[in-house]
Design a binder for this molecule. Structure first.
Ligand code: SF4
Length: 354
């Protein structure tokens, strides 16, 4: 499987918590960027299994630009083709046009269904906008819809989370990506005193959410992702399963033939026609364990046997015995309690790589 990621680095307004690379929308820069991408993609002969337009806000460049870019990509007949959409700011007919162009999966940046929480997150949309977006996408023919949901938002409670979860379930979507709010340096939130739920409260919300979604037909297939049967994100699975992917655009990363590359966070570097930069070798046992333990299915212990000390399995057994995961013939995986302390477990286990 090979994926293509296309970064669209434009937003209407920077959200207070965001550390993704994006710049303010400017029609001239968008025009240059789209033409540049088209020329670049025309020269790529790989036939992709998945295509993912992320951002930034891909929907801000409009259906015509997205469709023109996609028309230059070579992809398989059954390829998964996703675009991230902001619930505000797309034009009438947007979904019809991209549906006809071949897009078949929509990922909507919802974050919360509580308007007060959305305001605190400095998002520009409301819960009603999300409802309208899902409805518009469905009317156009899309059925593979994903929503982003955030936990650990300022003033968030179990009750408000419950409201957001029910909102998602009522919209009958197929996939949910649920991230914990992380306050990163170089974001406006970093400088502010926010009334964030503490670690215990956030952990309680995470476990509650996992349980509630499981009860309602969603499989928790990755630490932050839930899907109805058959609707796991094929593109993101390529990342976690160490498949090859090419990333285009500033800040985009690639993993090709065991090597990692990246474009710096600088649109001018990309538009200057510069090549991606070598970052490191990858795809070794270290990566396999780190990414594999994000997945419900975990890691195949036969694959790592030669490369880890005996202590690795003793430690894995200890975590399984403590109720953080499962170690049986041939596999080791974390459960939801284990996902919550995944960093601690990984740090401990990765010491045992030889
Ligand atoms: S819309 Fe998304 S990418 Fe743009 S600033 Fe907000 S969180 Fe970041």
């Amino acid at each position: 499987m090979t994926g293509l990621y296309i970064h669209i680095p434009f937003c209407a307004k920077k959200c207070g918590y965001c550390d993704f690379y994006s710049i303010n929308y400017n029609s001239d820069t968008v025009k240059n960027y789209v033409e540049f991408l088209i020329e670049k993609i025309k020269n790529i002969n790989t036939v992709f299994d998945t295509v993912y337009f992320g951002g930034g806000t891909p929907s801000i460049i409009g259906a015509e630009n997205l469709s023109r870019i996609l028309s230059c990509v070579k992809y398989k007949d059954n390829a998964e083709i996703t675009v991230e959409v902001n619930p505000k700011g797309y034009k009438k007919g947007f979904f019809d046009e991209i549906y006809n162009a071949g897009f078949n999966r929509i990922s909507i940046g919802m974050q919360s269904a509580d308007d007060d929480e959305l305001k605190l997150l400095t998002r520009i949309h409301s819960a009603q906008d999300v409802k309208n977006t899902v409805s518009d996408a469905k009317v156009a023919g899309f059925e593979n819809l994903s929503l982003d949901l955030m936990i650990g938002i300022e003033n968030q409670t179990l009750e408000s989370l419950q409201k957001s979860l029910d909102f998602c379930l009522n919209l009958d979507i197929k996939h949910l990506s649920c991230y914990m709010l992380k306050i990163e340096e170089n974001t406006p939130f970093y400088e502010q005193k926010l009334n964030l739920p503490d670690e215990d409260k956030t952990a309680e919300m995470y476990l509650y959410m996992c349980d509630y979604l499981n009860q309602n037909g969603f499989e928790h297939y990755e630490i932050s992702n839930f899907a109805k049967n058959g609707y796991e994100s094929k593109h993101n699975l390529i990342y976690w399963q160490l498949g090859d992917y090419l990333g285009l655009g500033p800040s985009a990363h690639s993993f090709l033939n065991g090597k990692r590359y990246y474009y710096p966070n600088d649109i001018n570097y990309f538009l200057g026609g510069n090549k991606y930069i070598y970052l490191s070798d990858g795809g070794d046992v270290y990566d396999y364990i780190m990414l594999g333990l994000r997945l419900k299915q975990g890691i195949n212990t036969a694959k790592i046997k030669e490369n880890v000390s005996k202590m690795f399995f003793e430690k894995a057994k200890k975590y399984a015995d403590l109720g953080y995961g499962n170690l049986d013939n041939g596999s080791f995986s974390l459960n939801e309690k284990g996902f919550l302390i995944q960093n601690t477990i990984l740090t401990d286990l990765l010491e045992e790589i030889i």
